[in-house]
Design a protein around this ligand. Sequence first.
Ligand code: NAD
Ligand code: MG
Length: 404
Amino acid sequence: MQPPSETGPGGPVRSVTLLGATGSIGSSTIDLLRRDRSRYRVEAVTAHRNGAALAQLARELGARFAAVADLRAYDELKAGLSGSGIEAGAGPAALVEAADRPAEWVMAAITGAASLAPTLAAAERGATVALANKECLVCAGALFMRRAAAAGATVLPVDSEHNAIFQALSAGRREEVRRIVLTASGGPFRTFSREQMRKVTLEQALKHPIWSMGPKITIDSATLMNKGLELIEARHLFAVRPEELDVVVHPQSVVHGLVEFRDGSVIAQLGSPDMRIPIAHCLAFPERMATPAQRLDLARISTLTFEEPDPERFPALSIARHALVAGGGAPTVLNAANEVAVAEFVAGRLGFAGIPALVEATLDAVERNGEMVEPQSVDQAVAVDHNARRQASHLLPEIAAMAS
Ligand code: NAD
Ligand code: MG
């Protein structure tokens, strides 16, 4: 990563843009920025549709540009920014503009495949991209990493497991790595029986035992689809083969990821389960900054446990692994179908068991129709994604009835 190119009265200043500034990751990032305002200048901030909240953040952070994805939120944003001199934008092109504007460091924390175009825009101009969003790598990972490398962008993983692995990888050479292990908390239903799992409610699924996160990733953590998406994310970030990737359930979420080297050494990163730690690692990279995160007290925690994930109760993980191994367009379809399934579960139109069932049925249908093509361009990725979403919506009534 390039050193900061701007200087202020107190020394070097890093210019930053926050895509998804109003979310959980966005808020944790802002919490770190607030602690040392003199070292950062905020170029742009974006949100989905909460124009008033975004305007307030943009004012507080002194951003130059603020954009909402939803055109209907433009008036609210504009009104909130009135008299501030901060420019306002709305719609997909405005999100890309936010990413395109000259900030050295871009936090990519928009949920879902909607993040692809703006995150790619930041990478293609060679920015340092702190990548929290995983769906864009699942949707178009090969394309994203190829374009980022061609532009000389630095991609830093924010996702806690990938950040841990990124740190652990520095202990050896790439060809010396034997295995990469992602830990999973197991989510709120880790100890539920199959019978109990059939009846889980949205409220239960939204109650993660360890992490406080946005609703989409919280539901993904309950199905373990999150870990499946993360396998695909790891494949692209670290250019590893599917068989080199493993998952272990670790309910305390203290060990975030491990790298096994060929001499048998296993290097892990540990820390309190607080996203400000991996975010800070990316924000200060290649240096280290202080964070308010609770310090790790192993004697107080006393026990760390590990177990195999249960494929019977959590079929999403195996479905995602199949898509990982199949490659091509399968991960794109998996991600799109999962976004539909989670939205339908949240809306109360699909039961919890229906989430993996709908994803699997969509993958089968797209494959049967001969539409499983690997996207070579953003337009193709969007086309494969949209087609999968249509298929999933078409299959929804049947799957919802079966899985209820
Ligand atoms: P969140 O729901 O709290 O926030 C999402 C942000 O993106 C908000 O600012 C929202 O306004 C914006 N957004 C949502 N949909 C959008 C759309 N269609 N177009 C434009 N903007 C949109 O989510 P989060 O928990 O902060 O997660 C963000 C991303 O980071 C996800 O991809 C998630 O998988 C990843 N991630 C989150 C965590 C975590 O601890 N929260 C950990 C690892 C990875
Ligand atoms: Mg994670």
